[in-house]
Ligand binder design. Structure first.
Ligand code: HEM
Length: 510
């Protein structure tokens, strides 16, 4: 008996020693080795703690930046307020610089040449760390869908999904998008009652509009049908954000804390709602070849893509979220910018009235004639990109220009900062000037990338641009708008870049 106890004790001690050694290796030896490699190249970082790296410093920066709105509605404080890590730290430690999340380094690179080289690489040297990276709590929102997949699984899903958003198909949806926009604008009109001038919050209205559009075009459903899913995802988003800003301890998701229980409940409810939606809308979608229809075809026996029902559910979550958040924020910022820059509002409205008239909806034939509207949207995407940064992880040691990058390093490419680089955009980089995009002028691929570039370029880009053009043109047809005195300029990053306290404008019916 005593012998058995001794053996068990010895085994336990050995297991504990192995665990401690592994921890020491991950938290001391690996970061020490990486740090020396960065140091040799003159790359610096903020003082960090042994266990959490710069996670606490990162949270402190965010909470100070978010504690108050910007003093005025200008564009030069956006990076410092929404993503202070890309403003405060490079000012102190230079570019590129590193910050640490626990033992893992994040290398922040803004050089357009390097950004382009990394993002267009096709050798497999860069992996997408995905939404949430190695933190399963952060991945719950969309991390298991296209945005967060990699390798063969990503390629298989991308092949099934891409055709759902090609330009021909998106153009065919214009009447449906216009109908959704019309009903959103009717609601604003109704809010005003008999008043000719009144305040509205653009942010809410555009979120409902985008939710309606993605429901209709991707799932053959409507905002009302998907409403519960959108509400649950909003709650889930807040919890995922908390998880992303904290260092994840392996196994923590199984600890029954209050937040973890809420996460589990939300996840189950979303899964359940999506299963029902697939059951109800699946059959009618198969003929329409929309996103849901294409995925269901790919799940049939004999299909070369072999998509399982769990995979379809993860993709539905991704598209409900990505399809709504991003475009809604683009529309919100574009309209706010036109409310601020009245001369551009007038120019854009004159163009819309010339191309579409006072009450005709834009259509597939005349949408490309809306050149000023397009320039306004492109400039909005430059100054207020809904996706503020993109990340990749080096899968092996990489030579990138002068940089010698160890495997496992995560890259942050801060779009919001890169797109204001005065070396590319000139001394007025912080000014709203849609003329930069006149005559279809384009810029260095690594300097203007609101939809990303390379193989992982946004699959919903066509839908986003067409939807934004149609909705903005129709808004201009019906209302004149100015910034309300109650608007406080507070761009913040909640997955996407959005106005923290809403987007209040005064609208006047035309
Ligand atoms: C203004 C609107 C939008 C912006 C600014 C935007 C931005 C982006 C960016 C920057 C990426 C690349 C991320 C990377 O390389 O890591 C991306 C990917 C993606 N976007 Fe969008 N997006 C928008 C609208 C949409 C819409 C409407 C949908 C859905 C219909 C969508 C679905 C996706 C998906 C699924 C991916 C992942 C693609 C892949 O990895 O293969 N996006 N988006």
């Amino acid at each position: 008996m005593a012998a058995i106890s001794s053996v068990l004790l010895l085994a336990a001690l050995l297991a504990a020693a192995q665990y401690v050694l592994r921890l020491l290796h991950s938290f001391l030896w690996v970061p020490h080795r990486l740090a020396r490699r960065f140091q040799r190249q003159g790359i610096r970082w903020p003082p960090r703690s042994l266990l959490s790296g710069n996670a606490a410093g990162f949270r402190d920066l965010l909470s100070v930046a978010r504690s108050k709105p910007l003093a005025s509605f200008r564009h030069d404080g956006v990076v410092a307020r929404a993503t202070p890590q890309y403003s405060v730290w490079p000012a102190r430690y230079g570019r590129p610089f590193v910050y640490w999340f626990g033992p893992w380094p994040r290398l922040v690179v803004s050089d357009p040449e390097i950004v382009k080289a990394a993002m267009t690489d096709s050798t497999g040297a860069y992996d997408k760390s995905g939404s949430g990276g190695n933190n399963p709590l952060a991945r719950q929102l969309i991390g298991e869908g296209l945005v967060g997949l990699s390798g063969e699984k990503w390629a298989r899903h991308r092949r099934v999904i891409s055709p759902a958003f090609n330009m021909e198909r998106v153009k065919a949806w214009i009447p449906e998008i216009a109908a959704a926009a019309s009903s959103a604008l009717d609601k604003w009109q109704a809010e005003g009652g008999s008043r000719t001038e009144f305040e509205i919050d653009l942010h809410k209205g555009f979120h409902t509009l985008s939710a309606d559009v993605i429901s209709r075009v991707a799932f053959g459903s409507s905002y009302e049908e998907g409403k519960r899913i959108f509400q649950l995802q909003e709650e889930q988003m807040k919890l995922a954000l908390l998880a992303m800003r904290t260092l994840y301890i392996p196994g923590f998701r199984f600890v029954p804390t209050k937040k973890n229980r809420t996460r589990r409940r939300l996840n189950q409810e979303i899964q359940c709602s999506l299963s029902k939606l697939i059951e109800v809308n699946g059959v009618k979608c198969e003929d329409s070849k929309n996103l849901l229809g294409l995925m269901l075809s790919a799940s049939k026996a004999g299909s070369e893509y072999e998509m399982g029902i769990e995979e379809i559910i993860h993709e539905c979550k991704t598209f409900y979220f990505a399809g709504k958040e991003t475009t809604a924020n683009l529309l919100t910022w574009a309209t706010l910018l036109l409310a601020l820059h009245q001369e551009w509002q007038d120019k854009a409205r004159n163009e819309v009235l010339k191309v579409c008239g006072k009450s005709e909806h834009p259509n597939a034939e005349n949408l490309s004639d809306l050149k000023i509207v397009t320039m306004v949207l492109k400039e909005t995407l430059r100054l207020y990109p809904p996706a503020v940064f993109i990340n990749r992880t080096a899968t092996r040691d990489i030579k990138l220009g002068k940089l010698d990058i160890p495997a496992g390093t995560r890259f942050d490419f801060p779009i919001v900062d890169i797109q204001r680089d005065p070396d590319v955009w000139g001394t007025d980089a912080e000014e709203f000037n849609p003329l930069r995009f006149a005559d279809g002028k384009s810029y260095h691929l690594g300097a203007y990338l609101p939809f990303g570039i390379g193989p992982r370029i946004c699959v919903g880009q066509n839908l986003a641009m067409v939807e934004a053009k149609v909705a903005l043109a129709m808004t201009l047809q019906r209302f004149v708008f100015t910034v309300s005195t109650s608007y406080r300029h507070a761009p913040t990053q909640m997955f996407t870049l959005q106005p923290q306290y809403g987007a209040q404008v005064i609208i006047q019916k035309i």
